[in-house]
Write a new protein. Sequence first.
Length: 258
Amino acid sequence: MEMIKFEQRDHVGIVTIDRPKALNALNSQVLDELNEVFDSIDLNTVRAVVLTGSGEKSFVAGADIGEMSNLSVEEGEAFGKKGNDVFRKIELFPIPVIAAVNGFALGGGCELSMSCDIRICSDNAVFGQPEVGLGITPGFGGTQRLARLIGPGKAKEMIYSAKNIKADEAYRVGLVNNVYPQAELMDEALKLAGKIASNAPIAVRACKEAINEGLQVDMDKAIVVEEKLFGKCFKTEDQIEGMKAFLEKRKVEGFKNK
Ligand code: DAK
């Protein structure tokens, strides 16, 4: 792969979008490689993923405007589908994905971060949906995920005005969970991913599924989703060990993902 780098450290996978000269803008090749890298992650050993961009200026400055500018209607639809498919793959990826937003997260970049489970960012991060200034709507789920994450009022303000917000405001409105100095961002992302990876993997995956599925249905159905996933944890080796360790007043001897 030319534009995506992958590294595994213990149980954590690190996916880096590596097209810094174009501020990591998403062209077809980046989207294809992003799709490929998520398909290739070994879910037997990787328990959490950190997604970030190369360099200190940009996470992803949006979909590639140069590539989009000449698309026909059919090609525009195909490009949109390519992006939506990979973003949805990340959103539904069986294990948690943390976006470490290291600078600009504009348009498709903001949307990519929102397809991740958790967002943290550097203090120079800038979020925004500038699409209406380009004559288009957000197209990789921006109108949907932003409104769900920060509420319709603030999402509408950001989308209609195409006004960017800085890291402190992104934190204030709940778009990111934490803001760190740029130099500390990756360490903090890896620390969080490592903490997640140290917990029972089957239970963590079930939590992701329960939250994602439960949010799509009413509360009566949502608690049934949770009950079923809760039930599935029983008699796993990790449930037996987790509870045994508590009762024996000792630390868990490493969860096995079984
Ligand atoms: N696409 C392509 N190239 C980009 C880019 C982008 N989005 N953003 C930056 N670059 C390139 C610049 O062209 C420049 O390339 P060279 O001229 O050096 O060859 C290089 O990155 C450095 O950028 P700047 O020189 O502009 O750097 P500055 O620090 O001055 O400014 C900036 C940084 C992020 C403020 C500025 O680059 C900027 O405004 N970039 C565009 C941001 C933007 O508007 N992003 C949203 C793109 S629209 C849909 C699907 C998807 C989408 C829509 C619909 N459907 C399915 C319907 C998604 C839309 C978008 O994401």
